[in-house]
Design a protein around this ligand. Structure first.
Ligand SMILES: [Zn+2]
Length: 274
């Protein structure tokens, strides 16, 4: 009897060791999943900025954007052919306008990309499923729409990766369309690098207007004429689905652009997208 008990401490130590090894292993595995090596990219806050041109000329961008296109393959404006990329941002649902937009896209046989937040994903599962079923791209607009310029590296990664996990829970599919758009167009070079290292293309835009204030809508005519004034070859439109004016103008915009010889393409067809 006495002999048996002398082994007890060794058995306990063995068990504790096994538990510690397995915990450390799990920790290493989980941190490896979202580990990216950050080089010397800086974290100065940048706001997406476009110098608009009238008469359907392509807009200009700050010169540093060229480096980001080279280094992080970001999308800014498409090719110089008659091509348009339609993208929407969805942070929350308002009057089910997204369903109206999906109806118009279906009628016109146009595919778009919807940059949605994690919160939007989780509270609008039927809309998300419809987007996927109808061949649209559901893309990553961050889990909580946080200002990424204020976050630490690990928090930025979490903002991106948590979205992917929610997407899989909601749709039962793995998240494979790795397009990312920073909340409010606020970013840093570090954000671009992290997204790139996580396998993402950061997608900005070359046409937008103030369409996101639900109580300050410009109306159908203003929405239509603004888009018609500024669209250009290779436009990436960035529109909000909460906008009544967008819902009212979208069909006419699509019909008019098609009759002008424009083709609506998807982000997967973006020039040099490999
Ligand atoms: Zn947004």
């Amino acid at each position: 009897m006495k002999l048996k008990y002398t082994y007890l401490p060794f058995i306990l130590i063995f068990i504790i060791c096994m538990i510690v090894i397995s915990l450390v292993n799990n920790f290493l595995m989980s941190s490896q999943e979202i580990s990216v090596e950050i080089n010397n990219s800086d974290n100065e806050q940048k706001d997406w900025f476009i110098q608009k041109e009238e008469n359907n000329e392509r807009p200009t961008f700050p010169t540093y954007v060229d480096q980001y296109i080279d280094k992080y393959k970001i999308f800014v404006v498409g090719g110089k052919d008659n091509e348009i990329y339609l993208t929407f941002n969805c942070g929350y649902e308002h009057n089910n306008y997204t369903m109206d937009i999906l109806d118009i896209l279906k009628e016109e046989d146009v595919k778009a990309a919807f940059f949605v937040t994690g919160g939007y994903l989780r509270s609008n599962t039927e809309i998300i499923k419809r987007m996927v079923e109808e061949g649209h791209i559901v893309a990553n607009h961050g889990n909580t729409h946080a200002d990424l310029s204020k976050l630490e590296i690990q928090e930025i990664k979490k903002e991106i990766v948590d979205f992917e996990n929610s997407y899989s829970e909601v749709t039962g599919l793995s998240f494979d369309k790795k397009y990312f758009r920073p909340a409010s167009g606020i970013y840093t070079e570090q954000v671009l690098e992290i997204a790139y290292d996580l396998g993402y293309t950061s997608v900005f835009w070359s046409l937008s207007y103030m369409d996101w204030e639900i109580d300050n809508q410009p109306g159908r005519d203003a929405a239509y004429s603004t888009i018609m004034k500024y669209y250009h070859d290779g436009s990436i439109f960035m529109l909000h689905t909460v906008s009544k004016s967008n819902v009212e103008a979208l069909k006419d915009v699509i019909v008019e652009l098609k009759s002008n010889g424009y083709i609506f393409k998807t982000l997967d067809e973006f020039p040099n997208n490999d």
